[in-house]
Design a protein around this ligand. Sequence first.
Ligand SMILES: N[C@@H](CCC(=O)N[C@@H](CS)C(=O)NCC(=O)O)C(=O)O
Length: 209
Amino acid sequence: MTSKIDFYHAPNSRSGGTLALLEELGVDYNLHLINLKSGEQRQSAYRHINPMGKVPAIRHLDTLITEQPAVFLYLADLFAEKGLAPALGDPLRGPYVRWLVYYGSSFEPAVVDRSSKREPVAPSTSPYGTWDDVYNTVTGQLEKGPYLLGERFTAADVLWGGALHWMALFKIMPETPAVRTYIDRVVTRPAIQRAAAKDVEYAAQQAAA
Ligand SMILES: N[C@@H](CCC(=O)N[C@@H](CS)C(=O)NCC(=O)O)C(=O)O
């Protein structure tokens, strides 16, 4: 039996994606709510868990896993029987890892640079090249649909669907019809809806504390 993971989560934050993934996986875990508004993430108790003072973080078998793509890869492989991660040797494994890692190493930095109106560095020294390349690469892939890897829904869609949903809401990522259709397809899944309802409850709990 897999030993239970500890999940460090803050409502209405990036860790909502991990909350959604855990709901999709349908597994049991120990939840630790972190109050970002009160600055709990910067206090020594939490720094002791994650020196970066960020969520999401998970602990499993006495080790720490942070960074959304790493957390997603880890959890989907840990619960491989749930079918959200193409296995090693499956031709979809490469694209699966690629899209998860691309999210953290190229897409998010590009979105943050663009929405903060940072002066772009030369494409040859930027970790992602240009915004247009990043944007066209993702939207081009989503045109093919229905999911990032085609017909197969994976943990990568939980990360991307949820993130694009927030980015569209805050209008920091221009929407195309294919992006909208993809977001709707992912966020209307029953597990993702359940995770969203839990997050509302967690936010209310923190507000009332
Ligand atoms: N690179 C990290 C980013 C995590 C991150 O920035 N989390 C935000 C939540 S939206 C956070 O913890 N912010 C709290 C703070 O920095 O004070 C990842 O992908 O997991």
